[in-house]
Design a protein around this ligand. Structure first.
Ligand code: GDP
Ligand code: MG
Length: 296
């Protein structure tokens, strides 16, 4: 059987609905699995295997960080390298809004000259659907998008259609990951990503990208899921930044991450999060293994 497998980046300014879209995609068919490939070049957010095709969603460091400053930083090499290297970019806008921050993201996409599907998200919020057509017209004059698709990441409307379009850009090739059934490994991974995302959102860009989150334990107790998350940082100063005054920052991070987890898992979550300093964790094989970066 001919199989297809490719990398996809979901990009857009904060708050347009990227995480909601990814969660929607992964919820529809949760089949992220253990890693078959040794080290992929990318940081993987989620994998969705549908029949002959494997969609590998990757992280674009720098792009998902909030402030204006971060927007500058997203011009950085890392983000560009990822964009140049993926098979397809999904560029998310919020309905029919096109703000300066969106313009900046589009600039990056154009610079990377990568196939791009434009998504107009949150159409469930648009009462007057008549406004869609002129907006689509306007956007298609700005850039030669490979497709423009209105969706609702929240309700799932047209998300399948989006994936069918994306599929056309994924090259022929073996699947990089096992397509085994549901394990809690991918869920752990997603939960760790949620914590990490909140850290970047709430601590700003001073925090280095090397900050990592490990799900120490994950226990499904029926009507409650108990999760222990350990945040690894490289320096004591970073730890203080994450914990914040009287522990308030960490409390915020944990609360927001917990709410997202509850939405993703459809259950009550008890989340205990804490922070530890680990110098040079990137070179420590044992730790990498715990994060899921091993071969089996
Ligand atoms: P991100 O910063 O791009 O990852 O955005 P999020 O996925 O965190 O979404 C930002 C906000 O928009 C959240 O409150 C979502 O619930 C909301 N949102 C995302 N997608 C939709 C959608 O399709 N419809 C509506 N009404 N709200 C959405
Ligand atoms: Mg997000």
């Amino acid at each position: 059987m001919t199989t297809y497998c490719g990398y996809i980046a979901i990009v857009g300014r904060p708050n347009v609905g990227k995480s909601t879209l990814l969660n929607q995609i992964l919820k529809q068919k949760l089949s992220i699995t253990s890693r078959k490939a040794q080290t992929t070049r990318h940081s993987i957010l989620g994998i969705d295997t549908r029949d002959d095709t494997q969609f590998v969603y990757v992280d674009t460091p720098g792009i998902h960080q909030g402030s204006q400053k971060a927007m500058n930083r997203m011009m950085n090499k890392t983000a560009m390298q990822v964009l140049k290297d993926v098979d397809c970019v999904v560029f998310v806008l919020e309905g029919t809004r096109f703000l300066p921050d969106d313009e900046m993201v589009l600039g990056l996409i154009q610079k990377a000259s990568v196939p791009c599907v434009l998504v107009l998200n949150k159409i469930d919020k648009i009462d007057d659907k008549e406004t869609l057509l002129p907006f689509i017209q306007m956007m298609s004059e700005k850039h030669k998008f490979d497709a423009i698709i209105p969706i609702s990441a929240r309700t799932g409307l047209q998300v399948d259609a989006l994936q069918n379009v994306v599929k056309a850009f994924l090259p022929e090739g073996p699947h990089l990951f096992d397509s085994e059934q549901f394990t809690d490994r991918p869920i752990r991974f997603l939960c760790a990503e949620l914590v990490r995302e909140k850290i970047f959102r709430l601590c700003g860009e001073e925090l280095p990208y090397s900050t990592s989150v490990e799900i120490e334990s994950y226990e499904d107790e029926g009507d409650l899921i108990r999760i222990h998350a350990l945040v690894w940082v490289e320096k004591e100063t970073h730890k203080r930044m994450i914990i914040g005054d009287k522990g308030l920052k960490m409390k915020d991070i944990a609360t927001q991450a917990r709410l997202d987890m509850e939405r993703l898992l459809g259950k009550k979550v008890f989340l205990h999060a804490y922070c530890k300093v680990k110098a040079g964790w990137g070179n420590d094989e044992r730790i990498l293994k715990q994060f899921g970066y091993d071969n089996d």
